[in-house]
Ligand binder design. Sequence first.
Ligand SMILES: [Zn+2]
Ligand SMILES: [Zn+2]
Length: 148
Amino acid sequence: MPDNDGVSDVSSVHTGSCLCGAVSFRTSGPLRGVIYCHCSQCRKQSGHYYAATNVADDAITVAGADNVKWYAASTKARRGFCSNCGSVLFWKHSELDYVSVMAGAFNKPTALEGECHIFVGDKGDYYAIDDGLPQFERSTPSVVVADD
Ligand SMILES: [Zn+2]
Ligand SMILES: [Zn+2]
């Protein structure tokens, strides 16, 4: 990332959890700005759309990881959610050394800021995107997604 826009304080620690608390996490590295994904997979899984930051694999610790169920929605990426309460928590691409974490799972204050919307071509037809952030029909060069 060429600048620090949308990236929270490098030294800050953030915590979060699923709804029931069976899964909790702690991040210690910089967090990416929040990317909103409106693709059909994110819509179907979340019931609306994804709002996710990401963090390096070695900068997050997960407690209750046994309670995370992973669904392989494609050959390259899997989606992690709490097997007890169903909270959507993680998105993990098998070839990347970071993991996406749902912004809504973080405890406040998150220090997170929105960055852009992707896959707006697949968005639901019952809402408008009017927050002024950049919108992309599919993904952007800086956001690696699972294309299959
Ligand atoms: Zn839970
Ligand atoms: Zn998506």
